[in-house]
Design a protein around this ligand. Structure first.
Ligand code: PBG
Length: 331
């Protein structure tokens, strides 16, 4: 028999704050947040990113302070992205393999300052290092080559792990890269270095401000539709996730975030593995634009959107609002 009014009044448990607290199904804590940070060259540099109000690029010497801030806030992990100087970008993205590139120097600076108090997640893809802004090696027609790119990504991942990265996060969407990276990590003594695969990453219009932040936007020729997924597809996302888990991913990511929570929920229900989502740059910019236009209140928008990720099944969220959200959550 189905419950019916007035036997059942769903508003009863909503009537008071203590009762709402007691019946809350989902919680959000700072431990659910991963903070993406942009690194740039120079010393003592904080460079605001115009299309991401409130977000800056930091020089390596200032990154450790951000890491200490994160530790104090209870944020367990940082995600690093370099704005490689133009002169160090090339068609083959060789700077990605330089043990003294911005990424590796940042990892070491964070490690020196915080030891193992915080995790460092590093993006594996060539777009911050290539002169053409694509995530891999391109042929004469501009097509991103799969197997040739995977060979470079493997070396990039080992370079990052050698510098002290804790989580390797391939965001390139090449086929077979998770297995290749896992094997290389094992062979190079990095058995405890995790892989968080950007498993279902869509060719999205929400990445624009990020490309400004890493300086690849103006360079990018064409689009990324021959490797990032079609926003129309769900079954394909499930196949991507199945492959990445079988190939050795410890956790998987869905990206972008809010417009793709249906994918998060499907992945979580099907695979029962740790799922993360990336609330990407365009989503952050949309919230900030809404706040600037007086269309919403920042703190409430931030906490509600992040809670929605948790409700959909995410273990955690990469978000540019991480530090602000953690401050709110810590009261
Ligand atoms: C690089 C990468 C991108 C993002 C994360 N890693 C951009 C892209 O694929 O073009 C986007 C993150 C964001 O928009 O916040 N492969």
């Amino acid at each position: 028999m189905t419950a019916s009014y007035p036997n059942t009044r769903l508003r009863r448990t909503r009537a008071t704050a203590w009762s709402r607290a007691m019946h809350r199904e989902t919680v959000l804590t700072p431990a659910n947040l991963i903070w993406p940070l942009f690194v740039t060259g120079g010393k003592g540099v904080e460079e605001p990113v115009a299309s991401l109000p409130g977000v800056s690029r930091w020089s390596v010497d200032l990154i450790a302070a951000r890491a200490k801030e994160a530790v104090a806030l209870g944020i367990p992990c940082l995600a690093l992205f370099p704005n490689t100087p133009l002169g160090h970008r090339s068609d083959d993205g060789a700077e990605a393999l330089n043990p003294d590139n911005l990424m590796c120097r940042s990892i070491r600076a964070i490690r020196d300052a915080c030891g193992s108090d915080i995790g460092v997640l590093t993006d594996v893809a060539l777009d911050p290092y290539t002169a053409h802004g694509q995530d891999g090696l391109v042929d004469d027609a501009g097509y991103v080559l799969n197997d040739e790119t995977v060979a470079v990504l493997v070396d990039q991942a080992v370079n990052q792990a050698d510098a002290g990265a804790d989580i390797i996060a391939p965001s390139d969407m090449m086929d077979g890269r998770v297995r290749a990276i896992r094997m290389a990590l094992e062979m190079n003594g990095h058995t405890n270095v995790q892989i968080m695969a950007y498993a279902a990453k869509y060719a999205s219009a929400f990445y624009g401000p990020f490309r400004d932040a890493v300086g690849s936007g103006g360079l990018l020729k064409g689009d990324k539709k021959s490797y990032q997924m079609d926003p129309a597809n769900t079954e394909e996302a499930l196949r991507e996730v199945a492959f990445d888990i079988a190939e050795g991913a410890d956790s998987v990511m869905v990206k972008p975030g809010l417009p793709y929570l249906d994918i998060v929920a499907r992945v979580k229900a099907r695979f029962e593995v740790p799922v993360f989502a990336y609330q990407v740059s365009g989503e952050y910019a949309m919230i900030e634009a809404a706040v600037a236009a007086g269309a919403g209140e920042r703190d409430a928008l931030v906490l509600e959107t992040l809670l929605a990720f948790r409700r959909a099944g995410c273990s955690g969220v990469l978000t540019y609002h991480a530090a602000h959200a953690a401050r709110l959550l810590n009261g």
